[in-house]
Design a protein around this ligand. Structure first.
Ligand SMILES: [Zn+2]
Length: 453
């Protein structure tokens, strides 16, 4: 008899602290925070295991936070005005898409502690990040740094503590060669231990460095934040910086959630957050691919429970990593945002990770994005210096038909450059119609019926 082998979800290991922090987060939220009032009746009770109690709760959405902000998401006795007046906290807008934006309470001390804990999850960062190490940052100033689109800011206006912000322009398409030469010179003079970057921004600089044979200082490690690093980005950056790179995953609401280790897997920052995984149906990549819900720990100004961060991940099936770290979830990949999902002609979900791996076999592509217009029409925008565009188009059409189906109608357009969204981030793929991720989750894992301990 032939049996189909289904992958199984590994059993993860956690410290004792992890369970007590989870318990503290849930109990405080249910007892003292207004936004969770309607959740109380869903709690099976303290005689149930903590995982079952969490599993019985719904997911917290950005809409919930927006509607209860600010006092409704804090414990009753926590006074936001006092926190703001003392400088312990400030209010910041999250860097999501415009209609997705929310205001958050920003606690710098907690953020720094969460970041510091994540450094332990990568040996290269752990070695060079002393806490007072020099760090250069190449991101959109809408996310962090100083904005100045009309005049160039001198270096002293872009320094803050141990950081140097290399870019003050909100649109990277406006970077002139003088501007990029300035970035290179500043890297050479500042000699950062860590270079933190939006992958698409650093890839743009690297294409310029490679095309002009420039020499640039090599930091200890490059850390990617804010965006999904596409295969083309990795390739273009690695050509100029043949050094360790790691992707750091987190959100404004939840702090640092996963860090990529030196072996390329992603480890949960389990001292600072709880992560729950909800698999997709097998047809769509489950049970290893699914969405994550995050509950940050130890932040007196944030009682976010089971927050739907809007990203998909793939679990490491072996449950292990050659680096030896074993506390918390281990992922083989981060698969992109919900907003990046597309569908095949037969309705199967395609994550950005799968689409990007498909496209990345093409040679000589600088940038691209893919827009799904309807159930079988896909528009691929390419930036390429290749002269044989006809051939490139045929290749692209062939590989996309293999992914999306022989009936797929693939339209190809060539662009001189691709601009980021107004949020400052690139949207590599998207569908022009809504895809409700909840409909693709495997209900067998949603844990509504829990077993009493
Ligand atoms: Zn590892």
């Amino acid at each position: 008899m032939i049996r189909e082998l289904q992958p199984t979800i590994p059993k993860w290991k956690f410290s004792q602290d992890y369970h007590s922090r989870s318990l503290q987060a849930l109990d405080t939220a249910l007892a003292q925070v207004a936004v969770y009032k309607s959740w109380k009746s869903l709690d099976p009770g303290t005689s149930y295991p903590i995982d079952a109690r969490f599993a019985a709760m719904p997911a917290l959405t950005k809409k919930d936070i927006r509607e209860h902000f600010p006092q409704g998401i804090l414990p009753r006795d926590q006074d936001i005005n006092q926190g703001l007046a003392s400088g312990e906290i400030e209010l910041v807008d999250s860097s999501g898409a415009v209609d997705d934006k929310i205001t958050n309470i920003w606690n710098q001390k907690w953020w720094d502690a969460s970041e510091k804990a994540s450094w332990k999850l990568n040996s290269y960062i752990d070695k060079v990040a002393t806490g007072d190490h020099r760090e250069a940052i190449l991101v959109n100033p809408r996310n962090v740094g100083f904005i100045s689109d009309n005049i160039d800011l001198p270096i002293e206006k872009r320094r803050l503590a141990r950081f140097l912000y290399l870019n003050e322009k909100t649109n990277p398409l406006s970077w002139s060669s003088t501007h990029m030469d300035r970035m290179i010179e500043e890297l050479n003079a500042f000699q950062p231990a860590v270079l933190e970057a939006n992958p698409s921004y650093l890839a743009r600089l690297c294409r310029y460095i490679a095309a002009n044979n420039k020499k640039v200082f090599q930091p200890g490690i490059i850390v990617f934040t804010y965006e999904y690093p596409a295969n083309f980005h990795y390739r273009q950056i690695h050509q100029v910086f043949p050094i360790p790179m790691a992707s750091s995953y987190g959100t404004t609401e939840t702090g640092y959630v996963f860090m990529q280790c030196e072996e390329g897997k992603f480890h949960q920052n389990s001292k600072f957050c709880r992560v729950e995984f909800q698999p997709l149906k097998p047809k769509h990549g489950g049970p290893l691919v699914g969405r994550i819900l995050v509950t940050p720990f130890q932040n007196p100004w944030s009682y976010i429970v089971r927050f739907d961060v809007g990203d998909l991940v793939c679990l490491e099936e072996s449950g292990k990593c050659p680096c030896g770290r074993s506390s918390g979830l281990i992922l083989s990949s981060i698969n992109g945002r919900k907003a990046n999902l597309t569908l095949t002609c037969t309705g199967r979900l395609v994550t950005l990770f799968e689409m990007d791996n498909t496209i990345s076999v093409l040679e000589g592509v600088d940038e691209y994005n893919l827009v799904q217009i309807d159930s079988r029409t896909y528009e691929l925008h390419l930036v390429s210096k290749r002269l044989d565009k006809q051939h490139l188009s045929e290749e692209a059409r062939g590989i996309l038909k293999k992914l999306y189906g022989e009936n797929a109608n693939i339209l190809i357009a060539y662009e001189s450059a691709i601009a980021p969204e107004s949020s400052g981030k690139y949207l590599i793929s998207r569908a022009l119609f809504p895809i409700e991720l909840e409909n693709y989750l495997d209900v067998r894992y949603l844990g509504k019926k829990s077993v009493r301990s």
